[in-house]
Ligand binder design. Sequence first.
Ligand code: CA
Length: 230
Amino acid sequence: MAKVLIIEDEENLANNIADKLRAEGYTVALAGDGEAGLEKIRDDQRPDLIVLDIMLPKLDGLSICRMVRHDPSTAHIPIIMLTARGTEVDKIIGLESGADDYLVKPFGLGEFLARVRALLRRGMGRPMMQEDEMASEDLRLNLTGRRVFKGEEEVKLSNKEFDLLTELMRNRNAVLSRDLILTKVWGYDYFVDKRTVDVHIRWLREKIEDDPSNPKRIVTVRGVGYRFEG
Ligand code: CA
């Protein structure tokens, strides 16, 4: 069963949520301040989902959210943010936070549970996330080592090219829009021209396609974006 980490300094609320989740069969871990929370995110038993309060002692929730998103080993973990004020919602859904969902206190436990289930389902739909290697024909991508091989030969990619290829391969045979690629690869902190995606696709094709002018792996879907065939 999925493991949920609750980082919340209001003990009553944290315990209520924890009880509800446990009653549904989830494994629950609790942290009462930001630093303890970050430690639990990074330990060996990584959570499958994080419930994160914004106002926390020691380290605030928005900072934690950003740190989780910028660490490749935790970037995929879904995050639900809890906020005491509607005025904070802008910050959460704004460009910089990287949260997947949010709830404004006070919220019903039923609604909370529905959000948790939805996010975990979405996570389960990305089975490649947990695997160390992805392959398509003679192209192999090693996630931990961040290395790519074409046949026996290693292909040297820049960081962004690697992230881009990873995202494309994780969603193979699905069309990814430029917007989605920008969000996933360039992150929430950046405002980048959409043509940046096209430029990086071109560079990537030169490295992994047999004939870059007639690409077979990374296909252009006109007016939408790109698709990795495999
Ligand atoms: Ca709080």
